[in-house]
Design a protein around this ligand. Structure first.
Ligand SMILES: Nc1ncnc2c1ncn2[C@@H]1O[C@H](COP(=O)(O)OP(=O)(O)OP(=O)(O)O)[C@@H](O)[C@H]1O
Ligand SMILES: [Mg+2]
Length: 149
């Protein structure tokens, strides 16, 4: 299994890296199209929020394994001002500024699990996961590989 990938987010150029790393990891983990693109899109929305609403932060991508499924977890952190009305921010079309307000609800819809904690003292942390079911053949191969190691 590969290790976590960390992308520092300081500006627009880092959104391209975050997107590329997300897509590459999803492909390595065997997600079929269009999942790698959808995962990359969710991550770039969260990363874009860091750029637009905070200025800097980081995104960490980590592969997951859990019995008959595998996947990845994305943790996005910043030490910004936090989101004042979290419940409203998760609704479509809520935007504090000029955006469309579709970033957070859009990312949530694209992923399987989505959690967000946000306050003025600690900033904002978004944790999202995407899962993929592994088939019987894949699991047996994995068992063999482990036995051989
Ligand atoms: N990391 C963050 N730190 C502080 N505030 C945030 C953060 N992410 C989102 N927000 C707040 O939550 C609101 C909703 O975010 P969302 O991404 O859904 O919409 P948007 O960024 O305003 O517009 P869009 O993403 O559609 O361009 C934002 O307007 C902003 O006020
Ligand atoms: Mg946004």
């Amino acid at each position: 299994m590969d290790d976590e990938v960390r992308v520092l987010i300081n500006g627009d150029a880092d959104l391209v890296s975050a997107r590329a790393e997300a897509r590459a990891m999803a492909e390595r983990l065997g997600f079929a199209r269009p999942a790698p693109t959808l995962i990359a899109t969710a991550i770039s929305e969260i990363a874009r929020n860091i750029v637009v609403h905070v200025g800097r932060g980081e995104i960490v991508l980590t592969p997951l394994e859990d019995g008959d499924r595998c996947g990845l977890v994305v943790i996005a952190r910043d030490e910004g001002p936090g989101i004042r009305n979290l419940e409203a921010a998760l609704r479509d079309e809520y935007s504090g500024r000029s955006g469309l307000g579709l970033g957070l609800p859009g990312a949530r819809r694209l992923m399987d699990e989505f959690e967000i904690t946000s306050d003025a003292d600690n900033g904002t942390t978004v944790t999202m996961k995407k899962w993929r079911l592994r088939d019987e053949l894949e699991r047996r191969r994995e068992q063999h590989r482990r036995r051989d190691e």
